[in-house]
Design a protein around this ligand. Structure first.
Ligand SMILES: Cc1cc2nc3c(=O)[nH]c(=O)nc-3n(C[C@H](O)[C@H](O)[C@H](O)COP(=O)(O)OP(=O)(O)OC[C@H]3O[C@@H](n4cnc5c(N)ncnc54)[C@H](O)[C@@H]3O)c2cc1C
Ligand code: SF4
Ligand code: SF4
Length: 650
């Protein structure tokens, strides 16, 4: 769909079809009513997980906070809706302002709204709430009573910081050991500041530290502190050490001094040492790191006739620091990305690929590197490549068609690994760490692992790991076994807790025999929570209810090859209140009542009724009188969000 609500086939008709071509359309309503009670079924309100949430690696209650922003779920008096949404968001992830900016948003790939027009702009709303919380100085609540348990966290990247956050919420004390001189991990050493502005990163980190987290910077576990020290002083250990080194290019000649890793290139840039380039930069790879290297290279620009000591590799390898005086004489850098698959299959976010292309980076895909060709001085002069074809997922090199691409700096961005000096026992043989489904390390009891250390992926994944690991750690610290994780392992909305918050929870069961079920208030009647095991698919929704509404987009000024040099401005401008609300209103509330009244309006028996205001909460808006219901299924068919299923009676 484009912004005008026209779908990919170019027509503006709804994409929704409940019946396939040739199938009979809806049965007549009259028949449905008269034949209905043959089904013996009545409606049940079934709470299921929406696909956006199931696709989010940190398991965000996306539908929940969108319904707060849209005004469906209202805060208590005196609380701003943004603050209420922030509280809901940070149940799962303490970095909304960063997520909203750089998460490639797998949640959006799962969003059912794509079947109507275009997915909901979830991370733009997250960005808005994150910035609002920073602007209004929101803090996390003080932890509950202290448990007296202490956890050592190794690594102060997003995973270690998230572990600290979840541990403090449970009242466990924790200390972060970070080998660098600042917290943030790849959010500051890898990702450039125009994507993760440092003031935003620092504010979101400080909010976690203010919960009472001890921090030891410049302390590397394995050399400055041993594993035995940690085990002596702490009750459990969380490993969030990431994967700090770029793997060398897997081809001969890669040891040339001007053949460096994307990670070291970006670290030199982020530490302010690398200020300009010279000659052509060849970036090998198709992930986030490759895109960031290419984008930074284009921004840094190129200066000619650099003295040998100022060559980029000398800066990247830490032998010198660039002099700012040359900055004035920069031109656009010649940057190529060489990737062995079609660029459409690259793991980097599509948005980042499109951005580097627009900024003037040349993409050469379907080329496999064979060798780094070196000159007499041992420096790389070219990258030898071979064109490849992909047949049923297998790469077939076009032998005899090899050729050389000139490059003054070759940057390999083809993988990451960790540094296991002094902690060798945790290395799984591939420079990473092993963990089971509860994020326990198989190496030692009481050790837990998460984030890039297991497999380099995304910030949201590192946070999701930390959340699960802290659940397991909490059990471990209490001497309990970790129970099986749910099938849909996300942060679930708890309807009973919400009723309790409003003082509307069911009564405690009195264990006295009684007749009938109508008058007892011992359970949430006609309601079933399947959110831990079922995801709502678009086929379960009544999509015809929703109009085409164009997505609200954040403003992103186009950066061109002419304007890219020295352009380190942040790319997005966040939403206004109005746009955030407008975008949240596009959410179809998959798997949860959206209070549209369709079931009330269409029920031929008047069996469906609205609960009194003082009894309601989200998901508890209507109920059915089973004495009147004839099981016609009409309410289920007209429920836009798939909240009604026909049950009972069988
Ligand atoms: C260039 C680049 C761009 C990226 N872009 C994106 C993006 O746009 N969106 C996205 O979601 N993700 C992106 N990612 C991925 C994301 O940054 C990582 O998935 C995330 O940072 C992993 O978090 P982590 O805490 O596991 O590891 P890290 O962020 O690597 O943090 C680990 C920390 O542990 C410290 N440490 C390591 N060993 C020790 C030790 N022995 N003792 C003490 N401290 C130690 C390190 O100094 C570091 O601070 C990108 C990654 C890179 C490299
Ligand atoms: S963290 Fe990423 S995947 Fe999760 S809701 Fe936010 S944008 Fe979506
Ligand atoms: S419409 Fe809303 S609840 Fe449904 S998948 Fe999209 S964001 Fe999630």
């Amino acid at each position: 769909m484009n912004e005008k609500g026209v779908n990919q086939t170019g027509d503006a008709a709804p994409t929704y079809r409940r019946y396939e071509e040739g199938e009979t359309a809806f049965r007549s309503m009259t028949d449905m009513i008269f034949e209905a009670d043959g089904s013996y079924k009545c409606p049940v309100y079934v709470h299921r997980a929406p696909p956006c949430q199931a696709h989010c690696p940190s398991g965000h209650d996306v539908r929940g906070w969108l319904s707060i922003v849209s005004g469906l779920d209202k805060p208590d008096e005196g609380t701003a809706w943004q603050a209420y949404a922030f509280r809901r968001m940070t149940e799962a992830n303490p970095f909304p302002a960063i997520m909203g900016r750089v998460c490639p948003a797998p949640c959006q790939d799962g969003c059912n709204r794509d079947e109507v027009d275009e997915h909901v702009g979830i991370n733009a709303v997250e960005h808005y709430i994150g910035d609002w919380a920073i602007g209004h100085g929101l803090a996390f609540p003080a932890p509950p009573t202290e448990t007296g348990k202490k956890v050592a966290i190794v690594g102060g990247g997003p995973s270690g910081l998230a572990a600290a956050y979840f541990l403090r919420r449970k009242g466990h004390a924790c200390t972060i050991f970070e080998e660098g001189d600042a917290l943030g991990g790849m959010m500051i050493f890898g990702i450039p500041a125009y994507r993760t502005p440092r003031d935003v990163v620092n504010k979101e980190i400080q909010r976690i530290i203010d919960m009472g987290v001890e921090v030891r910077l410049g302390t590397r576990v394995g050399t400055d502190v041993t594993v035995a020290d940690l085990e002596k002083d702490y009750d459990a250990v969380y490993w969030g050490i990431g994967a700090q080194s770029g793997k060398p290019l897997p081809c001969p000649g890669a040891e040339a001094s001007n053949c460096v890793s994307g990670i070291s290139f970006l670290r030199a840039f982020n530490e302010g040492r690398l200020k300009h380039l010279t000659g052509r930069v060849l970036v090998v790879g198709g992930g986030d790191t490759a895109m960031d290297v290419a984008a930074v290279a284009r921004r840094l620009g190129r200066t000619e006739n650099l003295p040998a000591k100022d060559r980029p590799e000398n800066v990247i390898l830490g032998q010198t620091v660039h002099d700012v005086a040359r900055v004035a004489r920069r031109e656009g850098a010649d940057v190529w990305i060489v990737y062995r698959r079609p660029i459409s299959k690259a793991p980097a976010a599509r948005h980042e690929i499109d951005a580097v292309i627009a900024e003037g980076v040349e993409i050469r895909d379907n080329l496999a590197p064979l060798e780094v060709v070196r000159g007499e001085d041992g420096r790389a002069t070219h990258l030898r490549v071979v064109p490849v074809e992909w047949k049923e997922g297998t790469m077939v090199a076009q032998e005899g068609q090899e050729f050389d691409i000139e490059g003054a700096l070759i940057v390999g961005a083809t993988g990451q690994a960790g540094d296991y000096r002094g902690i060798e026992e945790f290395d799984n043989g591939e420079g990473l760490m092993a963990a089971d489904g509860h994020h326990r390390s198989p190496v030692r009891p009481g050790h837990f692992v998460g984030g890039d250390a297991i497999t380099p992926h995304l910030i949201t994944s590192a946070i999701g790991h930390a959340s699960i690991a802290v659940d397991s750690m909490d059990r471990y610290l209490r001497g309990e076994d970790a129970p099986r994780r749910p099938k849909v392992d996300v942060h679930h909305f708890d309807l009973v807790a919400d009723l309790r918050r409003h003082g509307r929870q069911p009564d405690d069961y009195n264990h006295q025999p009684s007749w009938g079920t109508c008058d007892g208030n011992y359970a949430v009647h006609n309601y079933e929570d399947r959110s831990s095991s079922e995801i709502v698919h678009h086929q379960d929704l009544f999509l015809g209810h929703f109009d085409h509404v164009p997505m609200n987009r954040r403003n992103e000024p186009a950066i061109t090859p002419e304007t890219v040099v020295d352009n380190f401005e942040e790319r997005f401008t966040g939403f206004s209140d109005e746009h955030a609300i407008g975008e949240a209103e596009r959410c179809m509330s998959c798997g949860m009542c959206l209070e549209c009244d369709n079931c009330l309006i269409y029920c031929p028996q008047d069996a469906v009724y609205r609960l009194r205001k003082g009894e309601r909460t989200i998901g508890r808006y209507v109920d059915t009188d089973y004495d009147k219901c004839i099981g016609c299924h009409i309410c289920m068919d007209v429920c836009p969000s798939g909240y009604i299923r026909m049950g009972l009676g069988e």
